[in-house]
Design a binder for this molecule. Structure first.
Ligand code: GLC
Length: 645
């Protein structure tokens, strides 16, 4: 079934009195009429539930933007700034009535679940009493981070892990009473909040994993389904729109006055696709992370019904279509603008940055696992498979660097015009920076940061390298070599706080030209060689995958010495990470969650499988076919050594 057919099927049976997609159905083949949900309205402290079939008119739909998000004709869609999804709470008794006949309706009624939580294996949704209970628990925790009363508090001490859990729970954001994400930072000392009060998609991943590992599935399920609703669908917004299928960088729960009623308010989700972000950067990584989290949710909870839902399947396909769309590009790597991932600022990572490629590869493999086999998907799956083969070959061959490869580049001939050029990208050997000649260890290697015509970005970018291991984008030997390099370069990559985001920093003229003299990205600060505790969790998954957990254990021990006492900073500065970052937020949620995930996984390494992609035998075969097809580089399969161009 093609995506448009899926859309048609989902939208079939829409009567004029039905407005919203039902995000709560657990059945993948249920043809969903878009019933309206009661809205979560506040009036002088009361939860006022709108009758269920009291639908918004198309006029008010337009105002609330959900039709634009989900692409139904709502008339004039010029009021695009109000592009948020509105709150969809409802009383459970009424839901089952509107769901109508069929097992799902009955199930909702019996299980007393809200629409978004309608799944069997998922942890029970928080009912209002539980929400109250949670709020009471939270009251024991002061916003300045000090603990006044807590279950884990005994003899005046509290473990760092318990403190982290308290802080993580404190960061949870609620939407109509249900947990749907975690705020980026809850720093009481910060006067300028900017967008750190948003739920960032990428920042939520370690939070989500921590909750999954703890058996608390609700928040992750809610996050997945609500962010799906925010996914860009309709192609018009202020004369231009993000590509269909793009996931926002972040969203915020806002309380707004209810239409035509001055005394009441309602909650809405307000996404940012980069149109308000500093530098207007495009969040390419969001959709990729979303797919990775969706798979982890299914694997961890055992609840596959979420990924099987028609709207979720459509969401996956839309992300894939956006990524696999034809362009002018000659490479299988994903072409993006600067700042389109964790480094969401100008840092000279436009083109084909490694982080995006590793996430892309991981998302493609994860999506392939989850896509329901159906006729209409055949073309998409074929395109996906072709891309996987080409992408892994390209990265393993052309991004890989170690002593041997470096020496090869050092002796490259240039200006080769031919199909079988050795120096395919016309790299001038003078590009090899003096730092690299000194830095490259005899044992070990890594994937370079970016590859473009006549340009290799030799900087070491941590997240891309770690996720390449996790997703099996690198060969087994390459993965071990990356960990060897991390051990060999411990004094700069970990030093006094794990983990350096990239190495080395851009300095002097290079910094001026490449960052545009960015005062936040000065040498050895923030994205420019700063150290980010959140990267601990990706490091841990990579180490567990290669059966070398002791590396992660060592890094955690380093972090533990300072991180809690220094209030969980967002990042650290200086070459050895000695200072808390100049403009770092304190109580940064993904620093807290990253630490927790690392701890939890080291205790239960098997659980890390929910994030890993194992090497696919078909891909390996295709890879060797490509190698063998090249007469210049015949290699034996036996040794499976690292692949050198
Ligand atoms: C910074 C980081 C980005 C993160 C955001 C919220 O902009 O660069 O990766 O998502 O803060 O924490």
């Amino acid at each position: 079934m093609s995506i448009s057919e899926v859309v048609l099927q989902v939208f079939s049976g829409v009567g004029t009195s039905y407005c919203y997609p039902n995000i709560g159905s657990s059945s993948s083949n249920l043809k969903l009429p878009f019933k309206s949900y009661g809205k979560c309205r506040k009036r002088i402290g009361l939860w006022n539930i709108r009758p269920l079939n009291n639908c918004r008119t198309t006029q008010s739909c337009k105002k609330y933007g959900i039709w634009q998000v989900r692409g139904i004709d709502c008339g004039n869609t010029s009021n695009n700034r109000l592009w948020f999804s509105s709150c969809q709470c409802q009383r459970v008794e009424n839901i089952s009535e509107t769901i109508g006949e069929g097992s799902n309706g009955t199930w909702f009624k019996e299980k007393n679940l809200s629409p978004i939580d309608g799944e069997v294996n998922a942890q029970k949704v928080l009912d209002s009493e539980e929400v109250q209970q949670l709020k009471h628990e939270k009251e024991g925790f002061m916003s300045n981070g000090s603990i006044t009363k807590d279950a884990s508090y005994s003899n005046g001490t509290i473990s760092i892990e318990d403190e982290a859990w308290n802080l993580l729970r404190e960061s949870v954001v609620y939407y109509c009473g249900s947990p749907i994400g975690t705020i980026a930072a809850k720093d009481p000392s910060s006067t300028n909040v900017l967008n750190y009060d948003h739920v960032f998609i990428r920042d939520f991943i370690p939070s989500g994993i921590a909750f999954l590992l703890k058996g608390e599935y609700d928040i992750v399920r809610n996050f997945i389904l609500h962010t799906l609703q925010l996914q860009s669908w309709e192609k018009t917004m202020d004369c231009h729109s993000p590509g269909q299928g793009l996931m926002p960088a972040s969203f915020k729960v806002r309380t707004v006055p209810l239409d035509g009623d001055d005394t009441a308010t309602e909650e809405v989700l307000d996404p940012d696709f980069g149109e308000a972000a500093i530098g207007r950067v495009a969040p390419v990584d969001s959709g990729l992370w979303w797919i990775i989290l969706l798979r982890a949710y299914g694997k961890c909870s055992g609840d596959r019904s979420v990924q099987e839902r028609i709207d979720v399947q459509t969401g996956i396909k839309m992300i894939l279509k956006l990524c696999l769309a034809d362009g002018f590009d000659m490479f299988p790597t994903l072409l993006v603008t600067d700042g389109s991932c964790m480094i969401d600022r100008r840092m000279g990572i436009h083109g084909h940055p490694l982080e995006i490629q590793a996430l892309f590869y991981s998302a493609l493999l994860s999506a392939r696992e989850m896509l329901a086999p159906e006729d209409g998907s055949a073309d998409l799956i074929r395109a996906l498979n072709n891309r996987l083969v080409a992408l892994s070959f390209h990265i393993r061959e052309y991004y890989w660097i170690d002593m041997r490869k470096l020496n090869e580049i050092y002796r490259y001939k240039t200006e080769e015009y031919s199909y079988d050029a050795v120096n395919k990208f016309n790299i001038y050997p003078d590009q090899i920076s003096p730092w690299l000649v000194e830095w490259m260890p005899n044992k070990g290697g890594y994937l370079i940061g970016n590859l473009q015509p006549a340009h290799m970005d030799f900087r070491f970018f941590s997240l891309g390298n770690l996720w390449a291991i996790v997703s099996s984008l690198t060969t087994r030997d390459q993965s071990h070599a990356i960990l060897d390099l991390i051990e060999a370069k411990w004094n700069v990559l970990v030093a006094d706080m794990p983990f350096k985001i990239c190495y080395p920093a851009l300095e002097g003229q290079e910094w001026r030209i490449i960052t545009g003299s960015d005062p936040k990205n000065t040498p050895w600060s923030y994205h420019n060689g700063g150290s980010w505790p959140t990267l601990l969790w990706q490091l841990t998954v990579a180490c567990i995958k290669m059966n070398r957990p002791e590396i992660a254990t060592r890094a955690i021990e380093v972090a533990e010495k300072r991180i809690s006492a220094e209030k969980w900073p967002e990042y650290y500065d200086t070459k050895r990470a000695r200072f808390i970052g100049k403009q770092a937020r304190l109580y940064q949620t993904w620093s807290i969650a990253g630490f927790l995930v690392a701890k939890l996984l080291l205790r239960n390494p098997d659980a890390a499988k929910i994030l890993m992609n194992e090497e696919d035998a078909e891909l390996v075969n295709a890879f060797y076919c490509m190698i063998d097809a090249n007469p210049r580089r015949k290699r034996s399969r036996k040794g499976q050594k690292s692949y050198i161009v």
